[in-house]
Design a protein around this ligand. Structure first.
Ligand SMILES: *[C@@H]1O[C@H](CO)[C@@H](O)[C@H](O)[C@H]1NC(C)=O
Ligand SMILES: *[C@@H]1O[C@H](CO)[C@@H](O)[C@H](O)[C@H]1NC(C)=O
Ligand SMILES: *[C@@H]1O[C@H](CO)[C@@H](O)[C@H](O)[C@H]1NC(C)=O
Ligand SMILES: *[C@@H]1O[C@H](CO)[C@@H](O)[C@H](O)[C@H]1NC(C)=O
Ligand SMILES: *[C@@H]1O[C@H](CO)[C@@H](O)[C@H](O)[C@H]1NC(C)=O
Length: 435
């Protein structure tokens, strides 16, 4: 076995400042219309799926009644194509009167009465991506105040039809304007996605100060290829992205498509596991009225949600990339715990991957490995070889409880993996444990 990528570089989270609105200390969770329902406005012919208040109250009912809300899925987020083509006589944005007869303010009441929150969408340019009225520089204060008046809880600011210099002014200005309303409103910035997602064009220090979350990369589509391209980009750039994340400030690899049409069961488990490792916002974009039991079980998996919502808010990393196509992902968690995901890029058959926690740089000691999908628990010593059988495009995901003597900080101090992780441990000659 050859490990040819084996360096962890990170900084302790909490060293950078987060947007000071007190919100989203763990990644936000909920539902967002875009990937599944797009800009379907044909309510005459497709009343169940068109962008209308009925779609959002239907999803709210499902979140409140089918066990989602209690797990943290509380945001019900409108995306593009909600507004009228015209602003009102005072110049304010208004909802399309036919598709949103009760209006956005009443819709937010509907959410709040059910213990949920409402998110809304706007765009930095002259128009939204779908061609609806935008929120350019001279409309920022007015629109922020309108959203606050409607008691909205989150705002996604897209970037179509704007250029780099407008974005540089507009995204911070909107942050100030939202703050000035006095209403805490979670702020999602699409800015970096329009600037290639990487320095020097993107300043992640600044983003963390003005936004709660930000889209770094292109839109997700309902396919495995799309999920894989997102995974590749985020982990190939983990040295830039991971230090940017922390409580109140998150990288957003885009929506969960689990429950839609493009992913197999194994691929669905992979998306959920890697979004948990990445400390990604968990916004489902699916039809909660008809979702399968299998997809629901994955999205409601408490171990995965627990990993995603870990209060330390440290974004995990890929720590191993094998020639065999097996990759290992690691995220440190509170109480000296951690999460491990073994992912297979293979397309032949389940691959039996043999490793040990010692090979994965865990320090000497006994550990408990809880398999997030089979719920089986196994005790292993750091040097004990074990075998995981990883399905093609699937994962094996563990919650690892560490011995009390491990100090997570020792993994991360000085930005380099060091300290007891390299402590000598006696090679354990026991036969491999199968998990
Ligand atoms: C506005 O910003 C100030 C200073 O950063 C902060 O104390 C306050 O909580 C913020 N208010 C809202 C509503 O975000
Ligand atoms: C909207 O809410 C107001 C009170 O908040 C209520 O009087 C009105 O009937 C509601 N309208 C609709 C269409 O639900
Ligand atoms: C960006 O757009 C604004 C407004 O349309 C325009 O005045 C400005 O020249 C543009 N800047 C660049 C760099 O294209
Ligand atoms: C990035 O933003 C931070 C905070 O706003 C600022 O202090 C820093 O100078 C910026 N870095 C660059 C390279 O512009
Ligand atoms: C984590 O490890 C540190 C350092 O060995 C130890 O002091 C602490 O008690 C451990 N914390 C927990 C919750 O086990």
């Amino acid at each position: 076995m050859r490990l040819f990528l084996f360096v962890l570089t990170s900084v302790l989270s909490g060293t950078s400042v987060a947007l000071d609105n007190g919100l989203m200390r763990t990644p936000p969770m909920g539902w967002l219309a875009w990937e599944r329902f797009r800009c379907d406005i044909d309510c005459d012919n497709d009343p169940k799926n068109c962008i209308s208040e009925k779609l959002f109250t239907d999803m709210a009912d499902r979140l409140a009644e089918d066990g989602w809300r209690e797990l943290g899925y509380v945001y019900v987020n409108i995306d593009d194509c909600w507004s009228s083509m015209e602003r009102d006589q005072q110049g304010r944005l208004q909802a399309d009167p036919k598709r949103f007869p009760m209006g956005i303010h009443n819709l937010s009441h509907y959410m709040h009465a059910r213990g949920l929150k409402l998110g809304i969408y706007g765009d930095m340019g002259s128009h939204t991506c779908g061609g609806y009225p935008g929120t350019p520089l001279d409309k920022i204060e007015l629109d922020a105040q309108t959203f606050a008046d409607w008691e909205v809880d989150m705002f996604k600011y897209d970037g179509c039809y704007s250029n780099a210099s407008e974005q540089e002014k507009g995204y911070p200005l909107m942050s100030k304007a939202l703050n000035a309303t006095g209403r805490p409103i979670g702020y999602s910035c699409s800015w970096p996605a329009y600037q290639g997602g990487l320095p020097p064009k993107v300043n992640y220090t600044q983003l963390g100060e003005i936004c709660n979350l930000w889209r770094n990369y292109g839109d997700i589509q309902d396919s495995w290829g799309s999920v894989l391209s997102i995974v590749d980009w985020f982990f190939d750039n983990q040295d830039v992205l991971a230090p940017a994340a922390g409580p109140g400030r998150w990288n957003d690899p885009d929506m969960l498509i689990v429950g839609d049409f493009g992913l197999s069961l194994d691929q669905s488990q992979t998306q959920m596991s890697l979004w948990a490792i990445m400390a990604a916002p968990l916004f489902m974009s699916n039809d909660l009225r008809t979702i399968s039991a299998d997809a629901r079980r994955i999205l409601q998996n408490k171990a995965l949600i627990g990993i995603n919502q870990d209060p330390l808010g440290i974004q995990g990393r890929r720590i191993v990339k094998e020639k065999s196509g097996i990759e290992v992902f690691f995220r440190p968690l509170q109480n000296n715990g951690s999460a491990l995901v073994f992912f297979s890029r293979r397309s032949d058959m389940p691959y039996r991957y043999q490793t040990s926690l010692k090979k994965l740089n865990y320090i000497t000691g006994s550990y408990e490995l809880f398999n997030a999908f089979t719920y089986r628990t196994m005790q292993v010593k750091d040097a004990t070889d074990f075998v995981v059988s990883v399905n093609p495009s699937g994962v094996v995901t563990f919650l690892v409880s560490a011995p009390a003597k491990i100090n997570r900080r020792q993994f991360y101090s000085g930005g380099k993996l060091q300290g007891p992780a390299f402590e000598d441990a006696e090679e354990n000659s026991l036969p491999p444990v199968f998990l």
